[in-house]
Ligand binder design. Structure first.
Ligand code: G4P
Length: 543
């Protein structure tokens, strides 16, 4: 019998969790917004610490130092802090050079996402790719239009772009008052309040002061002036008539994104956004799984089910002081505690039982060991021999009731290379290493369809994955490798009979690790052309 007090604590802790990722094209302001969430959570007395003086980002080690100094749980993968009664888990989705399958996989561990747009640039390439994964997983997305303190595009035009490019309704929750250097506040549509901000310190290092006035009040009219007030009235009227309505149900179903305007640099609009965010963002919910005994579909409720989690990321540690791999698991149900004994499931079977005696919250120099965690939290497990997508279930669950969390999709790779051992006598350890690292999900391994004995193609979302692979082959298997980049830039999993498929010149047909045919192309235009010439066939981007 479960202890009712323990169950009540589990329900309470689960409902307080807000686990999300921030998705953005590089430079849109993801780091700045993250920093401001920390500032408003009371964890930083002064913002502006995430960057060094030269304007570059702080190195991870600086983050670690910051953590040691301030006692914040910051990792390269997840950060945890409190805001207005909620426990906030921000999952890091690396961009720039670090863009990799991990970036996508991390999104599968989030319960919702904040999409940051640069008000001058709108929806950019990386935003689009990350949004596609949210859509695939049915994750609700909130939109924060950033940099409203700079000259930008018309708010309405940006919302239309979101709708047209991303295929989701956009509903303005607030509306900017003024733009560029005249951006002074926002109007909250639900409360019809004008929220005016003043900088407490230059560069947004302190919280902005905010003043709320009923929009219809004489004070608001005086603060706005005739011209601004008239313009605002016009915009708001037009939104009432032509804008999309917001409903919590449509948001939860991923059909509408609530849009907020602000400036992460000056903090204007951060507090109204953050307050609405904790209210709207969903706590951890039920997750799809399969029962092992009969393959039946299940929904794993975070509170009703005993402990379960899945591995969404494995990080080989490049730091010579910690030569190990860290598996990041997202807790989906039940209470986690140190020394918990779990069943480890890999591809539909229980492979072993193990005691989780060394769970860590992070990859810091002095790793803090964790005692208790709840659904929505992320835990790092060191050297535990897991592969991406593996499930952990409390050993208290019987074989009959055991279940596995839904498999992670394979994401569309964009970089391809051929890899071979530099020294041919190292073929055996090379093959062994490739098998292991591919099963961990470090890269995708493809074999040429008509010559399966040839050296494999490797495919990844970002180049960093190749670097990590080469590093690990050298470090863990003693094999130096040679990498020859291939000209392909996109691919598709083939739907239809591969025997009758006629690839266009320059395209190649390969087979992935699970034996599924994949076609590689040098351009998206080629892909389009090729499938036009093969009307019996089609492709999917995620498999
Ligand atoms: P990212 O993580 O998405 O890549 O973006 P990041 O936060 O690093 O922001 C990129 C640049 O945009 C930074 O400027 C940052 O200060 C600036 N920025 C972010 N939000 C705002 C905003 O709301 N308004 C304005 N005006 N700028 C914003 P930088 O020149 O690269 O660095 P720094 O000079 O701030 O150190």
């Amino acid at each position: 019998m479960t202890d009712p007090a323990v169950q009540a604590e589990l329900a309470r802790e689960t409902s307080r969790r807000r686990t999300f990722a921030i998705i953005a094209h590089p430079d849109a302001g993801k780091t700045t917004l993250t920093e401001k969430l920390l500032l408003y959570s009371g964890l930083l007395r002064t913002a502006g610490m995430v960057k060094n003086r030269k304007g570059g980002k702080m190195a991870t080690s600086d983050w670690m130092q910051m953590e040691q100094e301030r006692g914040i749980s910051i990792t390269s993968s997840a950060m945890q802090f409190e805001y207005k009664g909620c426990t906030i888990n921000v999952l890091d989705t690396p961009g720039h050079q670090d863009f990799s399958e991990d970036t996508y996989r991390t999104l599968t561990a989030a319960d919702c996402a904040i999409m940051v747009l640069d008000a001058a640039k709108g929806v950019e390439t990386q935003t689009r790719k990350l949004f596609a994964v949210c859509k695939l997983r049915g994750i609700p997305v909130l939109t924060f239009v950033n940099k409203c303190d700079l000259p930008g595009r018309e708010p309405l035009e940006l919302m239309t772009e979101v709708e047209e490019v991303l295929g989701i309704h956009a509903s303005a929750m607030n509306w900017p008052v003024g733009s560029g250097k005249d951006f002074v506040g926002v109007v909250e549509r639900a409360s019809r309040e004008l929220v005016l901000f003043t900088s407490a310190a230059s560069g947004g290092s302190q919280r902005a002061e905010q003043r709320r006035l009923p929009l219809a009040s004489p004070e608001a009219a005086a603060a706005l002036g005739d011209q601004l007030a008239a313009r605002l009235r016009e915009d708001l009227e037009m939104l009432e008539v032509a804008g999309n309505p917001f409903s919590a149900e449509a948001f939860a179903a991923g059909q509408v994104t609530p849009v907020f305007f602000g400036s992460a640099r000056t903090n204007f609009g951060i507090e109204p956004f953050y307050d609405t965010f904790v209210h709207l963002a969903p706590p951890p919910g039920a997750r799809p799984a399969k029962r092992l005994s009969d393959g039946g579909d299940l929904h794993v409720d975070p509170v009703e089910r005993p402990f379960s989690a899945y591995v969404f990321k494995i990080q080989a540690n490049m730091d010579p002081r910690h030569r190990d791999a860290l598996a990041f698991v997202r807790i989906c149900s039940g209470r986690f505690e140190r020394d918990l004994v779990v069943k480890h499931l890999h591809r539909g079977a229980v492979v072993r039982e193990l005691r989780l005696s060394r769970p860590h919250t992070l990859v810091a120099r002095d790793r803090t060991t964790l005692d208790v965690a709840w659904p929505g939290d992320v835990v790092g497990l060191i050297n535990a021999g897991f592969a991406i997508g593996d499930t952990l279930v409390s050993s208290a669950v019987s074989q009959q009731d055991c279940f596995e969390h839904a498999a992670l999709p394979a994401f569309p790779p964009e970089v391809f290379a051929r890899i071979a051992p530099a020294d041919l006598t190292k073929r055996k350890p090379f093959d062994k290493g490739m098998l292991q690292l591919a099963s961990e999900g470090a890269v995708q391994v493809l074999r040429k369809y008509d010559d399966r004995t040839a050296d494999p193609f490797i495919a990844a979302v970002g180049r960093l994955q190749f670097e990590v692979l080469q590093y690990r082959l050298r470090d863990e298997y003693g094999v130096e490798t040679q990498l020859s980049p291939l000209p392909f830039q996109c691919s598709g999993w083939l739907v239809g009979d591969p025997a009758t498929f006629k690839p266009t010149p320059g395209a190649a047909v390969a087979e992935d690790a699970r034996g599924r045919p994949v076609v590689l192309f040098t351009t998206t235009w080629d892909r389009q052309y090729c499938f036009k010439n093969n009307p019996e066939h089609s492709y999917v981007e995620y498999a």
